[in-house]
Design a binder for this molecule. Structure first.
Ligand SMILES: [Zn+2]
Length: 183
C-alpha cells in the first residue's frame, strides 16, 4: 500500500501497531505545540510545513543536510510533516525493505514478500508463524494505524531525537519508534 505522498520518508509511529489516537487532532495539536509541525499546508488538513523547532526534534546526519523546507520548485519535493491514521493496521514496506529476521530463529526471511499474509509471516526456516511486526526489519518497514511522516528524507538521512520519542510516550502512554519508508 502506498499510503504516502513521498517515495522516501522518515516515519515516526507507536510501536504498538493497533494504537491510534481517539482524535488525530490531539496528536496534531501536540506536534504544533512542540513546533515540530507548523501551519497547515495548502488544503490538506493533515499536512504541515515544518515548525520553528523542527530541527530540535529531527536530527540530520552529515555536515550539510541537503533538505528543502519549502516548495522552491513547486514540484512537491520538499520536507513537510504529514499525519496518517488508518482504521486497520497498515503495512508499510518498500522496495528497499531488508529481509526481516525471524523473532524465533533469528534467521533472515528472504521470501518475506510472498510469505507476508494478513500481517503474519510463517518462517521458512523454523516454520513458526509470527506477527510481521515482531520480525526485525532494521527500520526498513513499519506497521500501524498512526504515522507521523517527515517527507523527502532518504534512509538514515535524519532520525528523531530521543527526547521527541520520549515526550510522545509521556503524552500518549505508548512507546514510539521510527523507520524509513522508501519505495
Ligand atoms: Zn524462524
Amino acid at each position: 500500500m502506498n499510503a504516502f505522498t513521498s517515495n522516501a520518508s522518515l516515519v515516526i509511529h507507536p510501536t504498538e501497531p493497533d494504537w491510534t489516537p481517539d482524535d488525530p487532532e490531539v496528536l496534531i495539536k501536540f506536534l504544533q505545540e512542540a513546533e515540530l509541525a507548523g501551519n497547515t499546508l495548502n488544503n490538506d488538513k493533515n499536512s504541515f510545513l515544518v515548525g520553528e523547532k523542527f530541527l530540535d526534534h529531527i536530527s540530520f546526519m552529515g555536515c550539510s543536510p541537503n533538505i528543502k523546507l519549502e516548495d522552491e520548485s513547486s514540484n512537491g519535493k520538499f520536507t513537510f510533516v504529514r499525519i496518517t491514521t488508518t482504521k486497520n493496521i497498515t503495512t508499510l514496506t518498500g522496495k528497499h525493505s531488508f529481509a526481516p529476521h525471524c523473532p524465533h530463529c533469528k534467521k533472515p526471511e528472504k521470501n518475506w514478500r510472498e510469505l507476508l499474509l494478513d500481517n503474519r509471516i510463517t518462517c521458512s526456516h523454523c516454520q513458526q508463524t509470527s506477527d510481521a511486526w515482531s520480525y526485525n526489519w532494521r527500520k526498513s518497514a513499519g506497521f500501524g494505524r498512526c504515522f507521523i511522516e517527515v517527507t523527502d528524507i532518504y534512509p538514515k538521512e535524519a532520525v528523531p531525537q530521543f527526547s521527541l520519542l520520549e515526550s510522545l510516550e509521556k503524552e500518549f502512554g505508548v512507546e514510539w519508534g521510527y523507520f524509513f519508508y522508501h519505495v
